[in-house]
Design a protein around this ligand. Structure first.
Ligand code: IVH
Length: 681
């Protein structure tokens, strides 16, 4: 038997630790503003857990260690809400909101209130799971889902695992009410949702379609230890049954919840007029994409509780509140068929042909489907009813099929074995999800290559867009990018839509494109895996087509930001004589094949203003090292010898550059000579 005095000391320390941990939980999970480091917090928590292990008789149910305690349940019990959980009528646009507002004004006047005293609160409508939390004497006792509004499921054990939920209310000058039902919404933050789905993909488990489903699935786990691993959070926004007459307004309710340690959205607002209501709703809608949680609208409530009582409830919906709904970003429609596009590099890209449907205020008839693997993973079948999503300005996506609505007529997807454009058998590269048409002359690939070449980010040929290159191709006038430069006035004039002026404009635009930067030319070729940024990196290191063509994959891969796959792809591109021929013809047409000036002004040094060309193998320095030394000293390294070259740095087995340098009388240097120059300039 321990002595009373030591027990007293232990109990005091236990209570102190719990107080401190509760305080830090509150700072961290509710206010989002921690005061101590994770390590300091962990130390407090460890001490508490250690003491409670030694003195299990002093463990209290609201101790921070007791969030995950319960055993798995066989089924959820039922909880009768002391006050029913209501739902909300919707206002889907400003007209419906105005109608609701007008009715509220009319009804409160009829009830004898001064309509000028009308005020509203506006709260985000969180797209999660409504819960009711019963506190007795300030302690959390039961928590339940909404259920049918009167009776819900007892998910107390799971709710206890949510760190933003206070197990006991923060003390205040007044004692806590004997009984109060706190109402709020449990949700999964978007970042957590994405991480969670990625983990499920990695584990081969089915993903959740949206954060709401993930939150609902997490809260309805029979084993609270599973729920504890899901990073759920919550916002509170109201009270149900409460003993005592505590609040005159909804605004006071929100303030009280905050003081008592509950998480209340910091952006709740009040408004007095319809105009203000509309402004605040539009504000929320505009900010929607920046939030770390899904909201599907704004909840508008009459602020005065007395007015609320006077307005009353019809059926399930209180007349004193309304949900202003945003345009939905998802919709249901039928997936009519899966089509296939052949991309520039020959990849077969599936896309969804949909029965047109309104999503987020836009009619959507087509959506991307990424690749075969994605379709099979989602089990999308032609004929399925599907969920389509459009977020912000991104391309619409097909999220999932509604498998319950299948009638057996749906057709599972199979990637075609032959290219839909040219009929050539497709190839699958092991380790790659893409399926490709290997035919160099596939019409779809040729046209896509042309479209890419003329596009804004590539050669930017104004007036020559996707439609026009398609026409040129169909008419047999242009087959590859080099053909564009052989178009003459006589070819274009007389084509539909081509007058004298437009013909001259198009020809001038094509001519002007010859002067595009070298990195744009590299990008415009459409080498697989070489995007705009990669093209810039490559052109920075190999400032002429001649050098790039001669480069070994290993040298290309040595460029920072360029991996081995890209390097192989570049080398393979130039190895193909048909590509080499295209590049030769572009060069012959006058397209720039060399970088003109360094984008970054050279640093000042002993070699400032001097131009170098490297040829052959140097005794100790690699080409990269020599280039770096020259550039660091302010010099410039170019690919070919001209009259403007100051020095040619010659190593073993030099190439034709040496002969050219001799012919032009350019100064020759060896590695030692470079060393001297670097020292003296
Ligand atoms: S008040 C007054 N306030 O919306 C009536 N509900 O359709 C009861 N919700 O079941 C709800 N945010 O799940 C209220 N700030 C908020 C809300 C909110 C989300 C949900 C809640 C409720 C549903 C009503």
């Amino acid at each position: 038997m321990r002595t009373d005095t030591s027990d007293l000391g232990t109990r005091a320390r236990l209570e102190e630790l719990r107080e401190q941990i509760r305080h830090h939980d509150y700072r961290y999970y509710v206010l989002d503003s921690p005061e101590i480091s994770d390590a300091e917090y962990d130390a407090l928590f460890r001490e508490l857990r250690g003491l409670e292990e030694a003195y299990p008789e002093f463990v209290t149910p609201d101790s921070p260690t007791q969030r995950v305690g319960g055993e798995p349940l066989a089924a959820f019990g039922q909880v009768r809400h002391a006050e029913p959980m209501l739902s909300l009528a919707n206002a889907k646009d400003e007209h419906e909101l105005a109608a609701w507002h007008a009715r509220v004004v009319k009804l409160v006047s009829e009830a004898g209130f001064e309509p000028a005293g009308l005020r509203f609160t506006l709260e985000p409508k969180i797209d999660g799971l409504a819960v009711s939390l019963r506190y007795e004497g300030g302690r959390f006792v039961t928590g339940a889902t909404r259920g049918n509004g009167r009776v819900g499921e007892d998910v107390t054990q799971n709710l206890r695992t949510i760190a933003a939920l206070p197990l006991s209310m923060r003390p205040d000058s007044d004692p806590p009410p004997p009984v109060v039902e706190v109402r709020g919404e449990v949700y999964l933050p978007l970042a957590a949702f994405e991480r969670f789905n990625e983990q499920r993909i990695a584990a081969g488990e089915p993903t959740f379609a949206n954060p709401r489903n993930a939150a609902a699935g997490s809260l309805r786990q029979l084993d609270p230890r599973v729920t504890a691993t899901r990073p759920l959070s919550m916002w509170t926004y109201g009270v149900g049954y409460v003993e005592g007459d505590l609040f005159a307004t909804q605004w006071q309710v929100l303030g009280w919840l905050r003081e008592r340690g509950f998480r209340v959205n910091p952006d709740v607002r009040t408004a007095d007029t319809l105009e203000e209501l509309v402004t605040v709703c539009r504000d929320w809608e505009a900010r929607r994409a920046d939030l770390d949680y899904d909201i599907d609208g704004v909840v508008i409530k009459v602020d005065s509780r007395r007015m609320q009582v006077a307005l009353g409830t019809v059926g399930r919906d209180p007349r004193w509140a309304v949900a202003f709904k945003f345009a939905p970003t998802t919709a249901q429609t039928r997936l009519v068929r899966i089509g296939i596009n052949v991309g520039r590099t020959g990849t077969l890209n599936p896309y969804a042909v949909l029965e047109p449907v309104q999503v987020g205020g836009v009619t959507v008839g087509l959506a991307t489907l990424h690749n075969e693997e994605d379709i099979l993973r989602k089990d999308l079948r032609e004929g399925d009813v599907v969920i389509v999503q459009r977020a912000g300005d991104v391309i619409p996506q097909v999220v999932s099929p509604l498998t319950d609505l299948r009638d057996g007529s749906e057709r599972p997807f199979r990637m075609p074995e032959a290219c839909p454009s040219c009929g050539t058998g497709v190839v699958r590269t092991p380790g790659e999800v893409a399926v490709r048409c290997p035919n160099f002359d596939c019409p779809a690939k040729l046209v896509e290559t042309l479209k890419h070449f003329v596009s804004r980010g590539a050669m930017d040929i104004e007036g020559v867009g996707e439609k026009l290159v398609q026409r040129f191709f169909d008419l047999g006038m242009v087959r590859d990018p080099a053909d564009l430069y052989h178009l003459g006035y006589e070819h274009l004039i007389g084509l539909e839509g081509f007058q004298d002026k437009s013909t001259r404009n198009v020809l001038a635009a094509i001519e002007a494109s010859k002067g595009r930067s070298f990195e744009r030319v590299v990008f415009a070729l459409g080498i697989p895996h070489v995007g705009g940024q990669t093209a810039a990196l490559i052109a920075g290191r190999f400032p002429s087509m001649a050098e790039l063509r001669a480069a070994e994959p290993e040298t290309i891969a040595a460029v920072e930001g360029v991996g081995p796959i890209i390097a192989q792809s570049v080398a393979a591109y130039f190895r193909d004589p048909r590509n080499a021929d295209l590049v030769d013809r572009l060069a012959a047409a006058g397209v720039r094949m060399e970088a003109e000036r360094r984008a970054v002004p050279p640093s000042a040094g002993p070699l400032t203003g001097k131009t170098f060309v490297l040829t052959g193998v140097l005794p100790t320095l690699s080409r990269e090292e020599a280039t770096a030394l020259i550039e660091r000293a302010g010099g410039r390294v170019t690919g070919s010898v001209s009259a403007r070259t100051d020095y040619v740095l010659v190593g073993d087995s030099p190439g034709s550059k040496l002969a050219k340098a001799e012919k032009l009388g350019v100064a020759l240097l060896d590695e030692a000579g470079l060393g001297e120059l670097l020292e003296d300039g």
